[in-house]
Design a protein around this ligand. Structure first.
Ligand code: MLT
Ligand code: MN
Ligand code: ZN
Length: 308
């Protein structure tokens, strides 16, 4: 199974179009050591031709341009994206669905029931798409059962319900429902390799830690360094926790969570995804990045691939 990070930034990307934070300004001017990143998405394939897109970001067209295996190759209208799964209904994970409207057949779309409701009401993308290719909805179970996806033979995907946040346009924003946000436990059933993926993770509940402990690779929420990072920079009144993201730094933060995982052999690969443009770990020579390195934690970049 091949897994490719198409976009490693949080909503807004890096740099963000209207942002003059030290990171966004620095990368535009070329004064910091950092790489630009597109918004949160990854893709998985077994045969290298047919891919499951996990989260459809607003940057999907650039991501397709950057990844030849997703491009048309076989017939006059074609795509390597055979199906899409979204982990929540947030703008950075679903807006790319609109860009896939020129398909000639309905788009197979895996979501929880709760996310599908948001995509039919608060942000009615599926209603809009019904005037183009349409979607063929496939519900993601939340009962712990593993899903088999036809284009991924030998792979099982299990949803791990998470506490994060439904989007502001969701009726569930202030009244969370199971299925608003999920992590994924993706297993290659032919080998021992498995991935835990959660770009939005607010609380490391015991069942979430258990899933992380089962995985050989963990791709997890690295949105912000400090819980009050956006407030300190004068960019927002919201903490990381208000937005459903556990900050990296501090007691009980994501670094502590990753350090607390069971020791495995070979060691669990720990990779941060969904990095917000304000996060100091984006600067490759920052003390915060050095502290990640010291803790054996990597920061995803666009195009990073895993063979599992
Ligand atoms: C989030 O992850 O908190 C949201 O995606 C932010 C956004 O896109 O506005
Ligand atoms: Mn997001
Ligand atoms: Zn910025």
């Amino acid at each position: 199974m091949k897994l490719k990070i198409l976009g490693s930034a949080a909503g807004g990307g890096f740099p963000q179009w209207n942002c003059n934070c030290p990171n966004c300004d620095g990368i535009r001017r070329g004064t910091i050591k950092a790489q630009a990143r597109t918004q949160s998405s990854l893709a998985i394939s077994v045969n290298g031709d047919d891919w499951l897109l996990i989260n459809a970001s607003p940057d999907i067209l650039a991501q397709i341009r950057n990844n030849p295996s997703l491009q048309p190759a076989r017939t006059v209208r074609d795509t390597g994206i055979a199906a899409v799964l979204v982990t929540d209904a947030q703008i950075d994970h679903v807006t790319g669905l609109l860009m896939l409207r020129e398909r000639s057949t309905p788009l197979p779309l895996y979501t929880t029931e709760s996310v599908f409701r948001d995509l039919s009401t608060g942000f009615p993308i599926t209603s809009i798409l019904s005037h183009y290719c349409g979607v063929e909805h496939r519900a993601i179970p939340l009962d712990g059962s593993a899903m088999q996806i036809d284009i991924l033979p030998g792979v099982s995907i299990t949803a791990i319900p998470l506490r994060s946040k439904a989007p502001p346009y969701s009726p569930n924003r202030q009244a969370p429902t199971q299925g608003d946000n999920i992590g994924l436990f993706i297993k290659n059933t032919q080998s021992d390799a498995s991935v835990f993926y959660a770009p939005g993770l607010g609380q490391p509940e015991p069942h979430v830690i258990a899933a992380m402990n089962r995985a050989s690779t963990v791709l997890v929420d690295g949105t912000l360094w400090h819980d009050d990072e956006m407030i300190q920079l004068g960019l927002s009144a919201k903490t990381s926790q208000d937005m459903g993201h556990l900050a990296l730094h501090g007691a009980g933060g994501m670094i502590d969570v990753l350090n607390g995982l069971d020791t495995r052999s070979p060691p669990t690969r720990k990779v941060l995804v969904h990095i917000n443009n304000t996060n100091p770990v984006l600067r490759e020579d920052s003390v915060e990045r050095a502290s990640l390195v010291a803790n054996g934690i990597e920061v995803a970049t666009d195009g990073m691939t895993f063979e599992l």
